[in-house]
Ligand binder design. Structure first.
Ligand code: ZN
Length: 69
């Protein structure tokens, strides 16, 4: 499935964070599902509504990666 890219720098890797300040690297697919790049990692407790781009200062929700918004 196609991965969505950062609207600014066009890479497809982002971080999500939890309340403890931990972060893990994820991608977002066409169904706006947030997927950890290491499948064994759990997204439990992570805020999936705020993505932080790995390549630039962009941050935003998965919906903002589509052209519809
Ligand atoms: Zn970016």
């Amino acid at each position: 499935m196609r991965k969505l890219n950062c609207p600014q720098c066009k890479i497809n890797r982002f971080r999500v964070r939890n309340k403890n300040g931990d972060s893990i690297v994820v991608t977002v697919n066409e169904n706006l599902e947030v997927v950890p790049i290491y499948p064994e990692m759990s997204l439990e407790g992570y805020d999936l509504e705020v993505l932080y781009c790995l390549g630039c200062s962009w941050q935003g929700s998965p919906e903002k990666l589509t052209n519809k918004h």
